[in-house]
Design a protein around this ligand. Structure first.
Ligand code: AMP
Ligand code: ZN
Length: 159
């Protein structure tokens, strides 16, 4: 990898937080279908989902790639993603799920704010690339509500 490319991957300033769509969602300046929030992390539905329930989990603090986070922050991000995955899978009755986490343009990272994709998968879609789906706002809201409710009951049972 060239020095220029490596520097670009490490540099979190390509998009300033005020222009970052996920920072705007964190700051409630842009709309989203939220499913989870705590002091440092937030999760909301992907607007162009690969499956019903496709969720993005992000740190609230702006940083472009995993390399902008320390190891504890990265561990905590995946702890939250794991918890969210249980509610996502239950909400859409999936049989499995994928974590996808893109870093850098070469990896197809489009939004320059660290995020983990939680993508539920059904057995009938095993091995198939299903493409982006479209859902109505009320379907998106209903999916988000079901995931939120699932997360509340997971917290109650402390899982
Ligand atoms: P990546 O290629 O890993 O950077 O993925 C970025 C994801 O963010 C894509 O799947 C987009 O559909 C999703 N996305 C972009 N803008 C929004 C938004 N305003 N709300 C929710 N998801 C978004
Ligand atoms: Zn940001």
């Amino acid at each position: 990898m060239s020095t220029v490319r490596r520097r670009r991957l490490q540099n979190s300033s390509s998009v300033p937080p005020e222009d970052c769509i996920f920072c705007r969602i964190v700051g409630r300046k842009a709309a989203s279908y939220p499913v989870y929030e705590d002091e440092h992390y937030i999760a909301f539905l992907d607007i162009a989902p690969f499956a019903r329930g496709h969720t993005l989990v992000c740190p609230k603090k702006h940083g472009e790639t995993i390399w902008d986070m320390n190891e504890m922050e990265t561990a905590e991000l995946f702890r939250v993603a794991s918890k969210v995955s249980k509610a996502v899978v239950n909400a859409v009755d999936a049989d499995g799920f994928r974590f996808v986490q893109n870093n850098g343009e070469a990896a197809n990272q489009v939004v320059a704010h660290v995020h983990v994709h939680v993508i539920p998968v059904k057995m009938e879609d095993k091995g198939r690339f299903t493409g982006r789906k479209s859902f109505t706002p009320s379907e998106m809201e209903s999916t988000a509500r079901t995931i939120r409710e699932g997360l509340s009951s997971l917290s109650r049972s402390d899982k």
